[in-house]
Ligand binder design. Structure first.
Ligand SMILES: [Zn+2]
Length: 411
């Protein structure tokens, strides 16, 4: 099937990730462009006056708009139960994240809600979030478990993620975040908890059912130490899961260096990263993932994205959507926040949410770019200039969302 997209004012030809330096700050832009999709893949793109002549099975008129790759959200906790607006208010009134956690609230509220939810409830509760994310341009979403914290509830969450992948147009990438926090029944006994969650029968089920591609750990004071993080990721690695780490978020723990040592796909958060660790990342394939929505939501200092980019690193951005520390589902809103708070240019934000985000979930050879042979995950935006997207904070310019060559959403 050949689908020809014509009348494109600007086509942002984001190259396959990871992208750093000049490719990150100024990806090629084709003015007055056209694009040909063949059997779900990008077959040609370029100036309209050089476009192949038909016949085509279908034509799509971009209406003088802009075409960019579908957005990739490479770090989310989007499958959860319940909500925590009470705590949001407590924090506004002055309580800290740690104080709320120590009083038995915070993430433990989400753990209780998830454990009592049936898989059908979990799927039904999460589906509208995915639909809203698709409507704001996100075509691929990494989704973590981590609110179950028992073997059964973690596997239940991963099965819910798989069902959502099958039942919605969004592509979901599953991550086993069995070491998200220490559940109350194991308070003070993190190692005993890790014994249960890395039990061979659990990891074998995850592997044999293909329930996760990545393993992730919250390496932080009060959560898992560097040694425990290494132990968890190594155990998961023996069953084929690629490591990822939540590192240097609230305090500096050295988790990012562990990520590099273990060949992790990404090191995420990095609010407290230092220059020596930035240099370590430069010598690695580990993608730094920055989550400014979290800083916005918590009112805390953001990661030094500008320093990471200026050091030549292929920075990725993600929402970190979750019920506690960031409820933002929209990557375009994250782009606006990254522009104002982190001093990333609108084009850097776009590349960070496409090519580099795809690299953070090891899919850069298939998604996140406009390149011949890449999957046709595309957005048609009702703006004639791509820079207007991040600038028009909170305004949604999406006219069409195309996933695997099919129009899955029209506005
Ligand atoms: Zn997270």
């Amino acid at each position: 099937v050949k689908i020809f997209i014509q009348n494109i004012a600007q086509l942002v030809a984001v190259p396959p990730g990871p992208v750093c330096g000049a490719g990150l700050s100024s990806p090629p832009i084709v003015e007055n462009a056209a694009l040909l999709i063949e059997d779900g893949r990008i077959a040609w793109f370029g100036p309209a006056d050089q476009a192949p002549t038909g016949p085509f099975d279908r034509r799509i008129d971009a209406g003088g708009g802009t075409v960019v790759p579908g957005l990739v959200d490479c770090h989310t906790h989007v499958v959860f139960a319940g909500s925590r607006e009470d705590e949001f208010e407590q924090r506004i009134r002055g309580a800290s994240y740690i104080e709320i956690l120590e009083a038995g609230g915070g993430i433990l509220n989400s753990v209780r809600a998830l454990r009592s939810a049936r898989i059908d409830d979990l799927v039904a509760e999460s589906r509208p979030r995915l639909e809203r994310m698709l409507a704001s341009g996100t075509t691929t979403i990494e989704a973590k478990s981590g609110y179950g914290l028992t073997p059964e509830d973690e596997i239940k969450t991963l099965r819910a993620i798989r069902r959502l992948d099958a039942e919605t147009p969004v592509e979901l990438v599953p991550t086993f975040l069995g070491a998200h926090t220490i559940p109350p029944e194991y308070a003070g006994r993190a190692d005993a908890f890790l014994d249960t969650i890395t039990d061979e029968a659990v990891l074998r089920t995850i592997r044999d059912e293909g329930l996760a591609e990545f393993a992730d750990v919250f390496c932080e004071r009060g959560a898992f130490s560097l040694g425990q993080s290494r132990r968890f990721l190594t155990a998961c690695g023996e069953f084929g899961l690629t490591p990822k780490i939540h590192s240097e978020q609230i305090t500096f723990t050295g988790g990012t260096k562990l990520a590099v040592e273990l060949g992790a796909a990404s090191a995420d958060h990095l609010e407290c990263i230092d220059d020596e660790t930035i240099a370590t990342l430069s010598d690695s394939e580990t993608i730094p993932v920055v989550l400014p929505g979290c800083s916005f939501f918590l009112g805390s200092p953001p990661a030094p994205a500008r320093r990471l980019i200026d050091a030549g690193l292929p920075v990725a951005l993600a929402t970190d959507v979750n019920p506690g520390s960031c409820t933002i589902e929209s990557l375009p809103l994250i782009m606006s926040i990254a522009a104002t708070l982190l001093k990333m240019t609108p084009l850097e934000c776009l590349v960070a949410c496409t090519a580099n985000a795809a690299a953070a979930i090891r899919r850069a050879d298939r998604i996140g770019a406009i390149a011949v042979g890449h999957q046709a995950d595309l957005l048609i935006l009702d703006i004639s200039n791509v820079n207007r997207w991040a600038y028009q904070v909170g305004v949604n310019p999406i006219a069409k969302v195309i996933k695997r060559g099919e129009v899955v959403l029209q506005r």
